[in-house]
Design a protein around this ligand. Structure first.
Ligand SMILES: *Cc1c(COP(=O)(O)O)cnc(C)c1O
Length: 391
């Protein structure tokens, strides 16, 4: 027990936050389907009183992911958006945040259409350029919100550099680490104050559960967030926590395969005549390849590319893959293809989308852990169909 903190990540993914069930010895943390807990005497309890406030299955999941992120504290949420919204409750009307300009569509909608109605102000800027942060900061700026790599354009932000500026200006730095997972990138070690996950993606990893997570090593911040988690009530249920916990046990080996498959897919697409451009941080052609190597230990499973033939080309491709399923979401064991302009990023106004470069031929692949030869053959065949359809 005493050396747990020193265990390697692969070992912690399986054991952290968990111990055999004290009453039966069950090796897997039970799904505690209970809303309340019997007290010996009023106020004399085991640490659990009511399941919005705490549930043992959730505690195990929170502890395991916190350990992987190198966070002193972790909190589970009903979804990534619920986690994001809970962070926003730290702020008050009149406050301002500086955010990356190609945030996940649902996060953008939450800020732009929901929290903006409560007088919260946002500037969406290209945080791959650190200077842009200083220019965007106002007197009422409280925090910086960034995804690295971003979605779907896979632009990187220099997290360490942003953290330095945030510390200097007294701003909180919140990093959405969904795309990298703690296996490849640890934002808190790079200086972020809060790390956020949509555990729906790589952490759960099997496309069977929606969830969110916040991690921090700042005790005061944790107390505020824990208070909000309970007060707002956007918690995950025990079965959700169990599925997420189970998924996490294989996170390190899944990430390895996602990474090698994605690299092979990126290289294949880069060499294909039907492809205009490939965006993947692992490619030497990625403008921030050096930064990717410096702040992350892997490049992840998401590959974005622009197909020749615009929308008709993209449509023909998406309709003709067999292994890659046309679906939103990412990070599961199965490969998915997404058309951001029509699917995940439709909530972003057209003008903004075009300015960002989310064009009609842009396709985002979530490369799964199937055999790489089947993935490449599937891409080859769908690209050929798309070429024939638009020739
Ligand atoms: C999916 C996603 C979210 C939102 O999470 P949900 O679990 O769908 O609410 C936030 N950020 C990123 C980067 C995502 O991919």
């Amino acid at each position: 027990m005493s050396n747990r903190a020193n265990w390697h990540q692969d070992t912690r993914a399986i054991h952290a936050g968990q111990s055999p069930d004290p009453t039966t010895g069950a090796i897997m943390t039970p799904v505690y389907l209970t809303s309340t807990y019997v007290q010996k005497s009023p106020g004399e309890h085991t640490g659990y009183e009511y399941s919005r406030t705490g549930n043992p299955t959730r505690t195990a999941m929170e502890g395991c992911l916190a350990s992987l992120e190198g966070a002193d504290h972790g909190l589970g949420f009903a979804s990534g958006c619920a986690a994001a919204s809970t962070v926003m409750h730290l702020f008050k009307a009149g406050d301002h945040l500086v955010c990356g300009d190609d945030l996940y569509g649902g996060t953008f909608r939450l800020f732009d259409a929901v929290w903006a109605r409560h007088d919260m102000a946002y500037s969406f800027v290209d945080l791959s350029d650190g200077q842009k942060l200083r220019e965007a900061v106002q007197e009422n700026t409280r925090a910086v919100w960034v995804e690295s790599p971003s979605n779907p354009l896979l632009k990187l932000a220099d997290i360490r550099g942003l953290a330095q500026v945030c510390r200097e200006l007294g701003l909180l730095l919140i990093v959405d680490n969904t795309f990298m997972s703690p296996c490849f990138q640890k934002p808190l070690e790079l200086g972020a104050d809060i790390v956020l996950h949509s555990t729906t993606k790589y952490i759960g990893g099997h496309s069977d559960v929606v969830g969110g997570f916040l991690g921090t090593s700042d005790d005061t911040l944790h107390e505020q967030l824990r208070y909000l988690q309970n007060a707002v009530g956007s918690i995950p249920g025990p079965l959700d926590c169990f599925l997420t916990l189970r998924g996490m046990k294989t996170l390190p080996i899944r990430m390895e395969r996602h990474d090698t498959n994605a690299m092979a897919v990126a290289r294949f697409l880069e060499g294909h005549a039907g492809v205009e451009r490939v965006l993947y941080p692992g490619l030497e052609s990625h403008p921030q390849h050096a930064l990717a190597q410096e702040q992350a230990s892997g490049f992840g499973g998401i590959v974005t590319f622009i197909i020749r033939g615009g929308l008709p080309g993209a449509r023909a491709f998406m309709e003709n893959t067999e292994v890659f399923a046309c679906a939103e979401s990412l990070g599961g064991v199965e490969s998915l293809a997404d058309h951001p302009a029509i699917m995940t990023h439709a909530a972003i106004p057209v003008a903004q989308r075009e300015k960002l470069g989310i064009v009609d031929g842009l396709i985002r692949l979530s490369v799964g852990i199937e055999h790489v030869d089947d993935l490449l053959a599937d891409l080859e065949s769908a690209l050929e169909t798309a070429r024939a359809a638009t020739a």
